[in-house]
Design a protein around this ligand. Structure first.
Ligand code: ZN
Ligand code: ZN
Length: 365
């Protein structure tokens, strides 16, 4: 079968590899042990499911993985692709949750279920984590072997394009839950890529009074307007601070209730400290490296404004809720799919994403 294989240091190749078969597997864990050793997560073949991949999304993380120097770890030799949906073609002897013919979405982040974090409702912090499509084989391929417990059956009639947003939306919903959002809150979002657009849809569906988005690319500004943003700003030509001041002014003070970094540009955290109201919340979802600007990040401001800065990584258990939200047709999630390519055109998909002229790019085998 054809597959996109990570070759290390910014390289990948599309190659013919053997189709996976139901078998016992051992997946390398994401984090090394304190002694620098790589441990494995093991599954018996009875617990595994063979999928025919139907649709797989390219994630910003894939771009990070393929950057030089890389912005995200991955193990050379693995098949990339961690946002995918597929059809069940074979199930292990102990699998009861899915059956042959089911269409399923995949939670690619495999947690142990046994550690302190997993048992205390913080599974995204599981030290035994591994990820399909990053540390073991994923969905940029014709077939994939996944543990049954990572699979969620799709409702009848759901478009594959919509279902392909399952993984990024589940991460956005996890990040959203950390914000203690209250109906009527105002939200500032940096970046109108797929994550920024998904945050806009979740904010509007949750009852935000005002959603402001800052995005330098024309194409993405147009898309995020369609996604429901109320105020869309080009930071190259407009003064974001002035706009935020004018639309959130409340006598002596101003500022949004919630600021979300959905682009990973370090400047956003510096600016967010100014534009978030006293007592507000800033989400660092975009994984920015602020080291370069560390001298500009004022912790005095954090203290005196009583700001809350919250991290958010992958997701814990918002899967069934994610599918429930994807089912809401009026939210028009499939609008966010701007490009589709076949597997052999994977590099074209990367190209449009790197150029910023895309929201979600899907690959189908
Ligand atoms: Zn991703
Ligand atoms: Zn765990």
């Amino acid at each position: 079968m054809r597959a996109v294989i990570f070759e290390g240091e910014g390289k990948f190749r599309i190659a013919d590899v053997p189709q996976p078969t139901l078998r016992d597997v051992q997946f390398p864990k994401k984090y090394l042990t304190p002694r620098g050793e790589r441990e494995f997560v093991r599954f018996k073949k009875e617990a595994m499911v063979l999928l025919k991949v139907l649709m797989a999304g390219i994630c910003g993380t894939d771009l990070h993985i393929l950057r030089v120097p890389p912005g995200h770890d991955a193990i050379p030799g693995v098949i990339l692709g961690h946002e995918y949906v597929g059809e069940v073609v074979k199930v292990g002897g102990h699998v009861k949750s899915v059956k042959v013919g089911d269409l399923v979405a995949v939670d690619p982040n495999i947690k142990c279920g046994l550690c302190w974090f997993c048992r205390n409702d913080m599974a995204s912090l599981c030290p035994n984590l591994t990820t399909l499509g990053i540390f073991c084989d994923g969905g940029f391929a014709e077939y994939n072997l996944a543990p049954a417990r990572q699979l969620f059956v799709l409702p009848e009639g759901m478009k594959l394009e919509t279902a392909a947003l399952f993984e990024p939306l589940s991460c956005v919903m996890h990040g959203w839950q950390k914000l203690n959002f209250k109906v009527g809150d105002s939200v500032l979002i940096y970046g109108a890529g797929p994550i920024g657009c998904l945050f806009v849809k979740v904010a509007k569906a949750s009852g935000a009074s005002l959603v402001i988005v800052s995005e330098p690319d024309d194409f993405r500004r147009e898309q995020v307007r369609m996604a429901g943003a109320d105020v869309v700003i080009d930071p190259k030509r407009e003064n974001l601070s002035e706009v935020v001041k004018s639309v959130t002014s409340r006598g002596e003070t101003f500022g949004v209730d919630i600021t979300i970094d959905a682009c990973g540009v370090p400047q956003t955290i510096v600016e967010g400290l100014e534009l978030t109201r006293p007592g507000g919340v800033i989400s660092t979802f975009g994984e920015q490296d602020v080291t370069r600007l560390a001298h500009q990040v004022s912790f005095t401001k954090v203290t005196q404004k009583e700001l809350r800065i919250v991290g958010s990584y992958v997701t814990t258990r918002s899967f069934d809720q994610t599918i429930a939200l994807l089912k809401r047709r009026e939210l028009k999630f499939d609008q966010l799919i701007t490009h589709k390519f076949v597997l052999s055109e994977f590099d074209r998909g990367l190209e449009v994403m790197r150029g910023g002229k895309a929201i979600k790019v899907l690959i189908h085998p």
